[in-house]
Design a protein around this ligand. Structure first.
Ligand SMILES: *Cc1c(COP(=O)(O)O)cnc(C)c1O
Length: 269
């Protein structure tokens, strides 16, 4: 049994969450302004994989909408938990000054195995991590049963690291074109993860490579306006990513606090 949280501890926890969240939003806005973009052009996906459900609820009470998870199992727990929480909020005439959105949007940001596609699709709004034709075909096969086409990003391995998922940069455009022929899918852009290094020049180089690919595909393809999402940047590098053209950033620890080590990274970890 987890220990119940005392109310003064909860208040403390919510205060520091709010401070961290406001700080991340301010840093996003500043980075956007540095390159002449409006802060509203950048979507913040709050990555909840290391956060307790209490903290996730507290963030949503601050009005936050977009949440990211990297594992099917976590989504299977948390999507219904959040639905129930928001449903309760709608019925309560609450005295507390909180304004949760009517709905949240879940993003799948982790590596996806084909045998998990069927269960995953009804839970998420955007899959950031399509990294092979076989995975795309599996999504296409199951997406026919859903109301709307499934929206996806193609994950590009911009650093060439063997342990990283994603298609090689040279193969990205071809995979995008193949997905475009699939009736039940909509390819909305690209996603990448920079190397976990301290060297800002190497990080910038990786993000620039992905941004160039993104522009190249956008200008040569027929998908037009719909191919407009560039998802890159995490806690350690989201400002560099925005400066390189990211319009979606995926931030976990800077919002929720230090990474926990007892939570698996993704389903294969
Ligand atoms: C965990 C994770 C993030 C967030 O990581 P932080 O460094 O905690 O911000 C972003 N993107 C992906 C793909 C992740 O797995």
């Amino acid at each position: 049994m987890p220990m119940p949280i005392a109310s003064h501890e909860r208040a403390q926890m919510e205060r520091s969450l709010r401070e961290r969240y406001e700080d991340v939003k301010a840093r996003i806005a500043a980075a956007a302004r540095r390159i002449g973009r409006a802060p509203e052009d950048i979507l913040l996906v709050a990555v909840t994989k290391y956060a307790s459900i209490d903290l996730v609820r507290a963030l949503v009470e601050l009005g936050h909408v977009d949440l990211g998870e990297s594992r099917l199992q976590a989504l299977q727990q948390r999507v219904p938990q959040m639905d129930e929480f928001l449903g309760r909020h709608r019925q309560m005439s609450t005295a507390r000054d909180v304004h949760p959105p009517a709905k949240v949007r879940w993003h799948m940001i982790g590596h996806l195995q084909r045998n998990k596609v069927k269960k995953l699709l009804p839970l998420v709004r955007l899959v950031h991590s399509v990294d092979s034709l076989r995975l795309a075909e599996e999504i296409q096969n199951h997406a026919g049963r859903l109301e709307d086409p499934v929206e996806v990003l193609v994950q590009v391995n911009v650093t060439g690291e063997k342990q990283k998922y994603g298609v090689a940069p040279a193969a990205a455009r071809h995979l995008v074109e193949q997905i475009e022929t699939m009736m039940n899918m909509r390819v909305r852009g690209l996603m990448c993860i920079a190397e976990d290094v301290v060297d800002p020049i190497a990080i910038r180089h990786a993000f620039q490579l992905c941004a160039e690919l993104f522009d190249d595909i956008r200008h040569h393809n027929h998908c037009g306006e719909r191919f407009n999402i560039l998802s890159m940047g995490m806690t350690n590098d989201f400002e560099i990513a925005i400066e390189c053209g990211a319009n979606v950033v995926r931030v976990g620890s800077a919002i929720f606090g230090e990474r926990r080590t007892d939570v698996p990274e993704d389903d294969e970890a």
